[in-house]
Design a protein around this ligand. Structure first.
Ligand code: ACM
Length: 683
C-alpha cells in the first residue's frame, strides 16, 4: 500500500511537472526551449534605469553581446535606456558573470543559468559563450502589458543537447555577399546555433581569393568571391557570436569551376572544362593519380587554413560518379597497379592523402557520407546526408557511422532547400529511438540545416532559411522530449517576427518581389494568392537541373511564396473543424476565406498585366470560381450536380502546378467538396 501511495505521489509530481512545462510553453516564446524553467511571481519592469554589468568586463564577446542586447531591447520596447553601455565598477540590475573566455570548439561549455527577480537579473555561466546564450534567452523573455514592457519572473538552467548546431550555406551556386552572411549569423546566434558551414566551392563557382593559385578566383568565380580580408572579417564576426566557421572545399567531384581555372588537374585530357551554369551532378573530377593534384591541394589548403581557426575542415567528397575516371586509361592502370578495385577505393586513396595533408595543417577532415568506406580511418568526421526517410528509419549513415566509430553530424532530414514544412524537419530527431551505447551516442555531434543555393539569391535566401531553421535549432539544442509541434509553431511565430530586428528579410521580401512583378501596382490580390501557394517541393522546381541557370531570374511568383503558407495552414485547419462539426461559427470561418478568394479575382483583373503576372491569371480565376460555388453551397446548404462537377473540375486545374508553385489548399478543397456532396447535393 505504502508503495502504491509513493508511486501515486511520484506520478502526480511528474505529470504536474509536464503540465506546468506545457503551460509555460503557452506563456513564453522561447526558442530553443530551455532544459529547465521555473516561474516565480516577480516582474522586472524594463524602464530607463535598466543597466548591465559584466564580470569580468574584458571587452570581449559578452561586452559586445551586452551592447547588442541593449540596442535590441530599446528597439523592441521603445524605452530610452539612460545608461547605454555596460557599467564599469558598478553592479547593474542585469548582472552577467562568467568564468572563462572560450576558444571555440566542440568541447566548449555553453550552459548558463538565468534568474529574473523584481529588481535584479542574474546570468551565470562557466564560459563567455554560455553568458551570451543566456542574454539571448533573456531578450526572448521580453513581455508587455498595456503599460509596461517587463521580464517575467523565471529561473532557467540551460545547456545544449548537441555540441554541433549548424547551418550550411552554399555560396557557390549563388554567391551570397558578406552582409547576407552576417545577418544570417546574427539570426543563428539568436537561436543559439554555433556552426556556420561555408560551402565555398562547387561546379558553379570557386568563391575565395587565392594568392597561390589566383586563377581560381580570377577564372572560376565570375568575379564573385570573398577576399582574404573579407573571410577574416566574417570568421571574426562569427567568433564574436560564438559561432565556429567550418569551410568546405568540395573535391574531387563538384570541381568544374576549379578545372576551368586549372584544367591540368582534371581526369580527362582534352575535356573542355567550364564553369557550370546548370544544377546537378557533373562529370569533371580532379585526377587522384597525379602528384600535382596533391601538391596543388596542399599548397591551397596551406594558404587557406590559417584563415579558418576551427579544427574541422570539410572536403565535400559527395556525388563523385567517377565517369571521367572510368574513361581514362591512365587512371584505370593506376587503379590496377595500386590494387584499387573500385572508384570508391580510389576516392578513399585520395581522401586518406588529403587527411594526411590536413592533419599536418592541424585540421580534422570532415566529408559527406560518401567518404565512409571500409578503409577510411575513423578519425574522419562523417556528414550524413543521404537516404532521407527510409535511411533514417533504418538508422541512416549517421547511426552506422557512430556505430563504426566515426564522429558524425546529421543533415539528412534538415535539407531546407527541399521546401518541406517546418513540422517535417522538427520531427526528425538525430538519434530517434536508435539503440546506441553511451559512447556511440557521444559520437553524434549534432546536425546542420543545409541551404543549397541553386534556386536562391540574396533576395530570397532568408525566406528559404527562416523561420524553419529556428525550429531545427531547437531540435539540436533542447531535450529530445521537447517535441510538441503545435507549441513549437506558436513560439516560432514570435521568433520569426523578431528575426526581422536582425535584418532578416524572410517576411518583407515577399512584398518586394510582388511589387517588382506588378511594376509597383497594388499587390493585395497577389499577396492573397501567395498565402495559399508554396514553391514546388523536393526539387520538382527546376526538373533535371536545366530549367534554371545561374543567371536566371529568381524574383518570380514562386520566389515570393514560402513554405508553410500562412492562409493555407489556417484554412486547412478551419475546414477540418467545419467538416467535423458544421456548426455556424465553424462555417463562418470557412466562408470568410472562401469569400476573400472569390472576390480576390476582381482585384487581380484590375492590374495592368505584364508578362510576369499574366501567367497567374488562370490560378486567380479558378480559385475565385471554385470559392464562389463552395461559398454558395455552404451558405445555402445545397449544391447542384452541375456545380459539383464544376467544382471538381476547378480543383483538378488547381491540382496542377502553376508557375512553379503548388496550391496547398487543394487537398482540403477536395475534402470539403466530398463533404458538400455528401451533405448538400440536391437532386
Ligand atoms: C549533397 O547534398 N550533395 C551533400
Amino acid at each position: 500500500m505504502k508503495k502504491l501511495v509513493l508511486v501515486f505521489i511520484i506520478c502526480s509530481i511528474y505529470s504536474g511537472h509536464l503540465v506546468s512545462q506545457n503551460m509555460l510553453a503557452e506563456t513564453y516564446n522561447l526558442m530553443p526551449w530551455p532544459k529547465a524553467i521555473e516561474e516565480n511571481p516577480a516582474k522586472f519592469i524594463i524602464n530607463s534605469d535598466v543597466t548591465i554589468s559584466i564580470n569580468p568586463d574584458n571587452n570581449g564577446r559578452v561586452r559586445n553581446a551586452g551592447i547588442n542586447f541593449l540596442r535590441r531591447l530599446s528597439t523592441r520596447t521603445a524605452v530610452f535606456l539612460d545608461k547605454g553601455f555596460p557599467l564599469k565598477n558598478e553592479k547593474g540590475n542585469i548582472h552577467v558573470v562568467f568564468d572563462t573566455v572560450s576558444i571555440l570548439g566542440v568541447e566548449n561549455d555553453e550552459s548558463y543559468s538565468l534568474a529574473v527577480n523584481d529588481t535584479s537579473i542574474n546570468i551565470k555561466a562557466k564560459t563567455d559563450i554560455g553568458a551570451i546564450r543566456g542574454l539571448e534567452t533573456l531578450l526572448q523573455l521580453t513581455h508587455n502589458d498595456e503599460t509596461n514592457y517587463f521580464f517575467p519572473g523565471v529561473s532557467i538552467n540551460d545547456e545544449p543537447r548537441f555540441v554541433w548546431r549548424g547551418l550550411m550555406i552554399d555560396v557557390a551556386r549563388h554567391f551570397q555577399p558578406i552582409d547576407v552572411l552576417k545577418r544570417n549569423l546574427d539570426a543563428m546566434a539568436s537561436v543559439k546555433m554555433n556552426v556556420f558551414h561555408w560551402h565555398l566551392t562547387d561546379d558553379q563557382g570557386f568563391r575565395i581569393e587565392s594568392k597561390v593559385y589566383p586563377k581560381l578566383h580570377e577564372l572560376a568565380s565570375d568575379g564573385l568571391y570573398y577576399t582574404r580580408a573579407q573571410v577574416k572579417d566574417l570568421v571574426a564576426y562569427a567568433d564574436n557570436l560564438g559561432i565556429r566557421v567550418v569551410p568546405e572545399f568540395d573535391v574531387p567531384g563538384h570541381a568544374s569551376a576549379i578545372l576551368n581555372a586549372y584544367p591540368e588537374l582534371g581526369s580527362k585530357d582534352g575535356y573542355d572544362y567550364a564553369i557550370e551554369r546548370f544544377s546537378g551532378v557533373f562529370d569533371p573530377t580532379l585526377n587522384p593519380t597525379k602528384d600535382f593534384t596533391y601538391e596543388f591541394l596542399e599548397n591551397l589548403f596551406s594558404e587557406i587554413t590559417p584563415l579558418f581557426p576551427d579544427n574541422y575542415f570539410h572536403i565535400g567528397g559527395d556525388e563523385n560518379e567517377g565517369k571521367h575516371w572510368d574513361e581514362s586509361q591512365d587512371i584505370q592502370e593506376f587503379k590496377k597497379h595500386h590494387s584499387l578495385k573500385t572508384n570508391h577505393n580510389l576516392q578513399t586513396y585520395f581522401n586518406i592523402k588529403l587527411e594526411k595533408i590536413l592533419n599536418k595543417l592541424g585540421k580534422k577532415l570532415m566529408g559527406w557520407d560518401e567518404i565512409m568506406t571500409p578503409n577510411m580511418p575513423t578519425t574522419a568526421v562523417i556528414h550524413s546526408w543521404r537516404g532521407e526517410n527510409e535511411g533514417l528509419k533504418k538508422g541512416g549513415s549517421l547511426i552506422s557511422a557512430a556505430k563504426k566509430g566515426y564522429h558524425t553530424v546529421l543533415s539528412n532530414g534538415y535539407y531546407i532547400d527541399r521546401m518541406l514544412s517546418v513540422e517535417h524537419h522538427y520531427t526528425v530527431d538525430p538519434i530517434g529511438d536508435a539503440q546506441l551505447t553511451e559512447q556511440e551516442q557521444s559520437r553524434i555531434l549534432g546536425g546542420e540545416a543545409t541551404m543549397w543555393s541553386e534556386l536562391v539569391t540574396p533576395l530570397t535566401i532568408d525566406s528559404r532559411i527562416w523561420p524553419r531553421t529556428a525550429a531545427i535549432a531547437e531540435r539540436f539544442w533542447s531535450p529530445q522530449n521537447i517535441n510538441n509541434v503545435n507549441d513549437m509553431k506558436k513560439r516560432l511565430k514570435r521568433v520569426s517576427f523578431h528575426l526581422e530586428e536582425l535584418g532578416i528579410t524572410h517576411i518583407k521580401n515577399r512584398d518586394v518581389i510582388l511589387r517588382g512583378m506588378t511594376n509597383n501596382q497594388d499587390i493585395t490580390s497577389l499577396i492573397a494568392l501567395s498565402k495559399i501557394c508554396e514553391p514546388l517541393k523536393v526539387y520538382s522546381r527546376n526538373k533535371g537541373g536545366i530549367e534554371y541557370k545561374s543567371f536566371s531570374p529568381f524574383n518570380l511568383f514562386a520566389d515570393a511564396c514560402v513554405v508553410d503558407a500562412k492562409d493555407a495552414s489556417d484554412f486547412n485547419h478551419l475546414a477540418n473543424n467545419f467538416i467535423n462539426d458544421s456548426n455556424r461559427p465553424n462555417a463562418i470561418q470557412v466562408l470568410s476565406y472562401l469569400k476573400t478568394w472569390a472576390m480576390n479575382h476582381d482585384d487581380f483583373v484590375k492590374l495592368t498585366k505584364n508578362p510576369k503576372i499574366k501567367p497567374l491569371q488562370n490560378l486567380s480565376k479558378t480559385l475565385s470560381e471554385v470559392s464562389l460555388i463552395l461559398h454558395e453551397t455552404i451558405q445555402n446548404k445545397s449544391i447542384s450536380a452541375k456545380n459539383l462537377n464544376a467544382v471538381k473540375n476547378y480543383i483538378e486545374i488547381l491540382n496542377e502546378p502553376f508557375v512553379d508553385v503548388e496550391v496547398v489548399i487543394v487537398d482540403t478543397l477536395k475534402k470539403l467538396t466530398a463533404y458538400c456532396e455528401m451533405s448538400y447535393l440536391s437532386n
